[in-house]
Design a protein around this ligand. Structure first.
Ligand code: NAD
Ligand code: ZN
Length: 250
């Protein structure tokens, strides 16, 4: 029953020493962030699974970079919502971050900066498992830089001359091992893993809540729909992140 789920979830949040949150595309739905499929499905009739790959980047870098530029322009109109802000406030209050996201939209980072105001935002900055579209990374030396508008020439690294590409994990690329390790350690140490707006089918992200569970912690799910993790959750709150998270965490 819904009321019982809320009571259980509130109790787990209250009693947890350490909390980790894993978020996915659903938390940004109320910000109007188009899903991967919406954003790519119709663009010049390319499929994202074919466009956002290392092979496509090697074969036709300009088309791939133009697609990311188009996604960046759509994100420029999106703002963090009440769900991002509630998580930011929660982790600022904890003083220690446990925020892990699969999203590449940068909205958790923006919420952290906005909620921290003049204070330090560090505790609410997310671990971005799949990177962030708002940054570039050099394909040669790995140097990171803010994204810049695409010009006539392909963007090149000032240090090594390599291609500057979006700092995201493309289909078929491995996750950054150090980033994944940090997330795993957080998940294993957490008493509670809050799983928000993810269908929990994309690995290795989907394994993180199970790591919390295996280490003796609990899962609370926030999602309007059932997911692959629902049966493993101690409580499942059915609703939108922008409504549920402020009610649960503030
Ligand atoms: P997904 O699309 O597989 O699942 C989204 C989940 O969010 C669904 O379970 C849905 O029921 C739920 N949801 C929808 N609206 C919600 C709301 N208002 N509040 C809470 N939950 C809501 O997304 P995923 O699990 O993140 O996996 C998709 C992959 O695509 C990831 O690897 C991710 O990196 C990438 N992606 C990123 C973005 C982004 O950066 N915003 C957007 C789309 C896809
Ligand atoms: Zn370089």
């Amino acid at each position: 029953m819904e009321e019982g789920q809320w009571r259980a979830a509130r109790g787990l949040v209250r009693e947890a020493g350490r909390v980790v949150a894993l978020t996915g595309a659903g938390i940004s739905a109320e910000s109007g962030v188009p899903t991967f499929r919406d954003a790519g499905g119709l663009w010049r009739s390319y499929r994202p699974e074919e466009l956002a790959t290392p092979e496509a980047l090697a074969r036709d870098p300009r088309t791939v970079l133009e697609w990311y530029e188009w996604r960046r322009s759509m994100l420029a109109d999106c703002r963090p919502n009440a769900g991002h802000r509630a998580l930011a406030r929660f982790f600022l209050k904890c003083g220690e971050s446990g925020l892990v996201t699969q999203n590449v939209d940068g909205l958790h980072t923006r919420a952290a900066l906005e909620e921290a105001g003049a204070g330090a935002a560090d505790a609410a900055l997310p671990i971005e498992l799949h990177g962030a579209v708002g940054r570039d990374r050099c394909d040669g030396c790995g140097a990171r830089s803010p994204a810049e508008p695409l010009g006539d020439d392909l963007p090149r690294c000032g240090g090594c001359g390599g291609l500057r590409r979006p700092d995201v994990v493309l289909f078929g690329e491995p996750l950054d091992a150090a980033v994944l390790d940090r997330a795993r350690v957080l998940a294993e140490r957490a008493d509670l893993c809050l799983v928000v707006g993810t269908s929990a089918v994309v690995y290795p992200a989907a394994a993180l809540p199970l790591a919390t569970l295996q280490a003796g912690g609990h899962i609370v799910e926030v999602n309007p729909q059932r997911t692959a993790l629902t049966d493993a959750a101690a409580a499942a709150l059915r609703g939108e992140a922008g409504t549920v998270l402020p009610a649960l965490l503030d």
